[in-house]
Design a protein around this ligand. Structure first.
Ligand SMILES: Nc1nc2c(ncn2[C@@H]2O[C@H](COP(=O)(O)OP(=O)(O)O)[C@@H](O)[C@H]2O)c(=O)[nH]1
Ligand SMILES: [Mg+2]
Length: 441
């Protein structure tokens, strides 16, 4: 697993906080020390670790949690500060898209090209791969076989020495694909002729994205690595591979984030499915083992600024939830069981509003299926599921390997949840409690 040691320490820390009778300076100091030690073991840069510890301690002790319990406050600070050192999530638009992959030998470029192809294919898009690595004779066969195994289009020409010609021909051969992914040659180091070659390919291809592939085992050096590639050819994102095998993953991730380059994906194994869209939010939640309470902390307990609180209340009261909300809830449900229990954790001190429970009781299997289907939706569709009709249903079904009926079933589930949320709005007692919780009255 990714960063096992760090995960274990973080979970222990969260548990210690949760189980403590009260939160005092000593508890916070000890927690911070443990976390710092684990971060250093994960190869995170010393000054970053020191600074992080300082901020956690300061905020945990000095900020006055308005409406939040002390323990929740400390956990929230941990979560926010850890998240901050991982940078921002990179959204991946679902549209016509050309991606050029760059990087040195052996970093995982070719493997990752196929993984990305599979990722977009699962979104229901037509994907094509081009092999423009003219330096490694085996590269052609390697990518061709991978392309066949995931059933996406492929173009390459093992007898051509000029990568720009391959690009030109490839663009013609694969002109009907939505997402085009181009694998390129590496070198042992960032030499002049590699820079030259990358620039020529880039100008021939006009990619929307240039992603640098970095092996996590180089640790903190990933920062400098990312910077020099950016200077040479201009990168729009980084993919850190072999996160499964390296103890230095923490160093690689934080060093890259520090350069300001977004981390797009992480590679977590040798198989084509071993790729994760990188999201600091869920990454940290998982490390902390709080996938389940994250939604609660964020949506309800967080003492949000007045304006955001208003938005949130309106959203809940009007039942204007998105598929992203449903997705988060599914995660919680998969972890914790019935929605009823999740709701009981909400600090309302009231019962759960009257709902038709049978409507919300669905099998774990179905929940998992729903998650896969939501994975195949675009951001736009997740925000506004009402646009999902006709050909969109077909595309989503194809991308997620499910039937159109299953997609419709999820849409129905979504409508039920919406109605359920609206019942917050109709129940005056609950409504008042919610308003009070959000400090609006
Ligand atoms: N464990 C693990 N191995 C990986 C990952 N990504 C790539 N590899 C392996 O790294 C080696 C080099 O990969 P390759 O794609 O050929 O690198 P390239 O030279 O940059 O194209 C291969 O043995 C891959 O199976 C990953 O995320 N995890
Ligand atoms: Mg390769």
């Amino acid at each position: 697993m990714v960063l096992d040691n760090l995960k274990e320490t973080l979970r222990k820390s969260v548990n210690r906080i949760v189980n403590s009778i009260f939160v005092d300076r000593e508890l916070i100091r000890e927690t911070v020390k443990d976390i710092q030690r684990a971060l250093l073991l994960a190869d995170v840069e010393v000054s970053l670790v020191v600074e992080l510890g300082r901020r956690i301690e300061k905020r945990a002790l000095e900020e006055r949690p308005r409406g939040l319990g002390e323990k929740e406050h400390v956990i929230k600070v941990l979560y926010e500060e850890l998240k901050a050192i991982l940078g921002k999530k990179k959204e991946l638009p679902i549209k016509k898209y050309r991606i050029m992959l760059v990087g040195l030998y052996g970093q995982g470029k070719t493997t990752t090209a196929a993984k990305i192809a599979k990722y977009f294919k699962k979104k229901g898009l037509k994907v094509g791969l081009i092999q423009a690595d003219v330096h490694r004779p085996a590269a052609y066969e390697q990518l061709k076989q991978l392309a066949e195994s995931i059933n996406v289009k492929f173009y390459g020409n093992p007898s051509e020495r000029d990568p720009t010609k391959i690009i030109r021909e490839g663009l013609k051969a694969l002109k009907d694909v939505d997402v085009l992914i181009v694998d390129t040659s590496g070198r042992h180091a960032l030499e002049e002729d590699l820079i030259e070659e990358m620039k020529r390919i880039k100008s021939e291809l006009s990619p929307d994205e240039v992603w640098l592939i970095i092996d996590a085992s180089i640790g903190q050096k990933a920062g400098e690595h990312s910077r020099v590639f950016h200077e040479a050819v201009g990168i729009t994102g980084v993919i850190v591979t072999k996160m499964d095998g390296s103890a230095k993953g923490g160093g690689a991730l934080t060093a890259v984030a520090k350069t300001g380059a977004p981390i797009v994906f992480i590679g977590v194994g040798e198989k084509v499915d071993d790729l994760e869209h990188f999201d600091p939010d869920s990454f940290i939640s998982r490390l902390l083992g709080m996938g389940d309470i994250k939604a609660l902390i964020e949506k309800v307990q967080e003492v949000v600024p007045e304006k955001k609180a208003e938005e949130l209340t309106k959203k809940i009261l009007s039942g204007r939830i998105t598929m992203n909300d449903v997705y988060e809830q599914l995660e919680a449900l998969l972890n914790m069981g019935p929605l009823k229990r999740v709701l009981e954790l909400l600090p309302f001190g009231f019962g759960v509003p009257q709902i038709d429970e049978s409507a919300l009781e669905i099998t774990q299997e179905k929940l998992k299926k729903f998650k896969v289907i939501i994975d195949s939706m675009t951001e736009e569709e997740r925000e506004d599921p009402s646009i999902i009709r006709g050909s969109r249903i077909t595309r989503i079904a194809r991308g997620s390997g499910s039937s159109e009926d299953e997609v419709r079933e999820l849409l129905k589930y979504y409508e039920q949840l919406k109605t359920f949320y609206k019942s917050f709005g109709r129940n005056r007692k609950l409504r008042r409690a919610l308003m009070r919780q959000l400090k609006l009255t």
